[in-house]
Design a protein around this ligand. Sequence first.
Ligand code: PAF
Length: 279
Amino acid sequence: MNMRIVSTVDEIRNARLILDGTVGFVPTMGFLHAGHLALIRRARDECRHVIVSIFVNPTQFNPNEDLAKYPRDLKRDFRLIEPFTDLVWTPTPEIMYPQGYQTWVEVETLTSPLEGAARAGHFRGVTTVVAKLFNIIQPTKAYFGQKDAQQAAVVRRMVRDLNFPIDIVVCPIVREADGLALSSRNVYLNAEQRKAATVLFRSLSAAKELYEAGERDAEKLRAKMKTVLASEPLAKSQYVSCADYDTLDELTAIKGKALLSMAVVIGETRLIDNFVLAG
Ligand code: PAF
């Protein structure tokens, strides 16, 4: 495939205009891994054209976070996506947020718990950049990973609330053989921390096992996840949740579809993971 790389808004708009038929869009922050490639392949299977954006969005990092050291390797990214992608857009922060920029998109209640509580301002940055990307690219379908479960829920809410004519497709988490969910941040882990990082998967699996054995008391599942996390000395748990799948409200009793999720810090690296309980 002959992938075209563009960077300005005019370039991407003009390149998009001449694409006829369905357009699948995969927004990314680069440093791509098999999880991103699964989204891009799915877009390739379902749409006539595929557009990928690579933009490390500064407004979704708060001042204490890892924006400056967020891993980047554009050349490698281009090589990986080239077989499946028509068009890749790599804007700069100045292009996305020029001098005088002052417009924000905010989803309210759904952004309060979990990642929203742990990362002030994060979702305001995500929904603003995703709304801009959607307006500029005007895709038929957009692809997000279940790994960022709350992000997927928030984007779906925004698309419904603001009437974007776009189908949001949420794709399953891709994992290493030992269960660690793929993430661009995994490169920060040294060998010892990498081993410890399997504790997220182990802890979610233990709670799921209880659920499959018939346990419906959400507090018991949270307690199970906390016990497994506490058994790993390198892991510091930030939150552990068993929430309603749609509202993300913490549950007392599990009655329908639910989301088990957690954020854990290992060394300097913050990892998140989740399982869906089908209900
Ligand atoms: O999931 C991500 O990589 C980012 O949050 C996204 C959706 C590309 C917006 O910057």
